[in-house]
Design a protein around this ligand. Sequence first.
Ligand code: GLA
Length: 528
Amino acid sequence: MKHHLAALFALCSALSMAAETPAPPPLELGILTPKPGSAPRLNGPTIHGARPGNPFLYRIACQGLRPVQFSADGLPSSLQLDPGTGIITGTTPQTGTYRVTLHAKNASGEASRLFRIVAGETLALTPPMGWNHWYTHYDRITDKLMREAAEVMISSGMADVGYQYVNIDDCWMNAPANKDPLRVGPLRDAQGNMVPNKHFPDMRALTGFIHGKGLKAGLYTSPGRLTCGGFAGSYGHERQDAELYAGWGFDFLKYDWCSYDSIAENGDPKAPEVPHWGKGGAKLPVHKYPYQLMGGILKQQKRDIIFNLCQYGKGNVWEWGAEVGGHSWRTAGDLGFELNRITEVALKNAGYRAWSKPGSWNDPDYIQIGQIGNANGMGQPEPCPISPNEQYSYMSLWSLMAAPLIFSGDMGKLDEFTINILCNPEVIDINQDALGQCGCVVVLNEKTYLMVKDLEDGGKAVGLFNRCEVPAEMTVAWSVLGLTGPMQVRDVWRQKDLGSANSSYPAVVPRHGVVMLRLSKGDGGKGQ
Ligand code: GLA
């Protein structure tokens, strides 16, 4: 075995162009993200889209010792900032770009950051960030667990780096039959309104609780008669449901194809003008129809609602997801736990990079780390089987691809390592970069590749990924990235400047791991 590993290392090393061999990293990495300091550090997106005349809610993402005193220059007069909590509320002003400077001050120091509010029709100008209950609580989700998740989003520091959406997935409604009698009941009331099950006694109060923390609330339904979990779907009640959800105060809707399959096979009587219905023959207009319908209705609500298409990539959804009002779309089926699969899904997802732009995001599924239940059997949460190095690769890929960062592990059992992966603000800055570019894959060989992303400040982020079982020496050459001249190099996981390099940078990349760099001509792009 030892010889085998040595041979592999030699193979990986031979691929390198580095003159000197840097010291090999430990086989598995520990915590790399430095703990936040006590002085304020403003994080999160530098740009935020909202629709004129709709309710506005935004909690400023800021690390540092509390109490923090927040203030803002240039805030439109229809918005108010709570100086103690950093929560901005009010009504989105008329169409335009408002350049606001946010300030945060505490006993240890102060920080400022530019924040552009773009009042217009485009929402999700940066990839949505938040948490979804599915891979932890499955059909065990309750109002209480959702509230706890919102509380932890604040107490863990996740909200301080930009996590915002607290999203309910399937199983909040009634089902015709279920092992839990509290989830069985009428699917709709006498007026045709969808009825939440007994674990969700008051949806309005739940969103109120989440909004009170400056966070946003998400919900799930299906265009079919039933959801994937066998609960009430929205078929034939699309407008009524959208209005109900908006009235409850939801800010995000995941729309999961599921049982719409059987409608697609037989033809949707609601849409006789749509051609190509039929078994196995569902074509583009059929794939689009239910999303077009709901997307149009959501736009008519007096509320900003992010529309998350979940139909596993049918009909090349990335090509038309934005056109039907979607802000993100799953590009594949449900993601498993294996790194090979994660890499495969990521590389495919990156292949659709042309369609990734502010307001329109390719979604390769959730961040499944920490304590998480195996989808197979909808298990109770246990430690995820993805190794530490693989978790760094996972989060780096999602950040470089500008993928929605939706964590789906157990918020009640967050450990230090998981927070280190989820909450590195420099990694998140790359994900949230206002240019909205999805990284481009440069395959170096069978076992190593780069992912390169242009950044708004003119710099680039680059991940050096190693699929070997042993560390690999890799070199990133500026010429491959289309760069010339000296570049400032910063290791974003370690938040450490590595100095200036003229034409390339060599690194030893741990097995199944990554080294993620930010390259810039100027100050290293730290932006603080
Ligand atoms: C599908 C989706 C998952 C989840 C479940 C819920 O499998 O892809 O993300 O929403 O349905 O039943």
